[in-house]
Structure formats: C-alpha cells, structure tokens
Design a protein. Structure first.
Length: 235
C-alpha cells in the first residue's frame, strides 16, 4: 500500500474547522548543516516569547486555543499541545536546543509562528497516516522510553497501519518514526485549529518550505486537508 494521509470523520466531529498542512520530501540529506544558521534556534526562542507574554502562560490566546481543544477529548494526565511545551521553554529562558538539521528547522518555525509541527521518517510509516479518535488500548512506543503505553478511549491520535505515531494529536512522537541523521524521506504535518489564524498558518507553511529549501536543499510537496478534502495519496 502506498503512502498518504487521511482524516477520519471522528476527528471532524470534534474539530470541523481545522486545517492541516501536510508536506512530504524525498531523498534528503539530514547530516550536512553547513548552511543552517548557527543562531537559528536562539533567534527563534527569542521570537517565541511574543506569543506568551502574559502570565500565567494559560492566559495567552494561542495557549488558550490549545487548552480548550484538549478539553474536547481524552488526554493523558499532564499532556499539553507540543507547541505549548516549546513556548514554555522559551518563556522560561531554557530555550529549545539542537537535535539535527531537519528537526531544528521545523522547531524554529514552530517557535516563531506558534503552531505544532510533527515531523516523521516516511520510510518507517506503514500505509497511510491517519488522524483519528482512538478506541483505546492501542500500543504506543514513545521516544526515549523503554515500555509501551496504551492510548485512551476517545484520545485524538495519529497512527498508521502498524501502530500509533503520536498521542494527543502531535503531543508526543513514536520512536519508530523519529527523524534521525539517516532519514531519507520525510512527512510533516501542522494543524491550525483556529480559523482566525489562517493567514498565520499560511506564512508558517511557507517559512518551513523556504528554510528546508534554503538551508538543506529540500523541496517539499504540500497538501492542505480540510473537512471537505480529508484524504490524499502522495505522489
């Protein structure tokens, strides 16, 4: 079965106005960072603070959007949107550090535009990526952990034909599809749950594409999924 991306109707019942940008890239080199600015993440961490200027962090509009979204489905205790975790680190002066060129680039965009971005090794994905609501008890092997977790009934997840790829939307990724230095083919997804941020979402997508191209010579294919267009087969 070929690769692709689909969104189940159970997700649209919760988040009917969401738009999801999906990008793919092929035959990439994730080892040469010679053109990636050394201060890329430092500048991104500095820019990120504008999104969380109010105290407590939950008073900021972008955080409120995601806190409210997470109340609509079952979540693991303590789970927060991936972008909240990034913005919180920036606000606390801890900053988001380097991992590898591709991850650093999409983290920089996530910080600067306050959208969660999931990035995965496309070669490790079996069949289509699906955004859906879990029935519960699905196996998930998180990055950095030795034991698997079970999803909750009613939890929003990404999965493929084999197992769960990410819990609580893009909160935490599976170790199986982690982007590493040897990754050759990629998939990214970036959700926008607030229609009023459509223009921001478009600019974040363009910035991600530009940085991947300018810094790593990576060309991307872009697909936008909505309730009216909820599945795509990759070229």
């Amino acid at each position: 079965m070929g690769h692709g991306f689909k969104v189940d109707s159970s997700f649209w019942e919760l988040f009917g106005d969401t738009e999801i940008a999906v990008l793919t890239a092929y035959d990439i080199n994730n080892q040469d960072d010679s053109k990636v600015p050394a201060d890329l993440l430092n500048k991104a961490n500095e820019k990120a603070v504008q999104w969380v200027s109010q105290d407590p962090i939950s008073d900021n509009p972008v955080i409120q959007d995601w806190r409210q979204a997470f109340r609509k489905f079952k979540t693991k205790k303590g789970a927060r949107c991936a972008v909240e975790n990034l913005l919180k680190r920036a606000k606390q002066g801890k900053g988001v550090g380097k991992i590898n060129p591709v991850v650093d680039i999409y983290n920089s965009v996530s910080l600067e535009w306050a959208f969660p971005i999931g990035g995965e090794d496309l070669d490790q994905i079996k069949g289509k990526v699906e955004l859906t609501v879990s029935n519960g008890g699905e196996k998930f092997f998180p990055i950095g952990e030795d034991e698997y977790e079970d999803t909750l009934s009613g939890e929003v997840i990404y999965r493929d034909d084999q197992a769960v790829l990410s819990r609580c939307m893009a909160w935490r990724d599976s170790a199986r599809v982690e982007v590493t230095a040897t990754t050759k083919n990629l998939i990214f997804y970036m959700e926008n749950i607030n229609p009023k941020r459509h223009a921001d979402h478009q600019q974040a997508i363009q910035l991600l594409q530009k940085r991947l191209h300018d810094y790593l010579d990576i060309d991307t294919n872009l697909y936008i999924l909505t309730k009216e267009h909820s599945t795509v087969d990759f070229e």
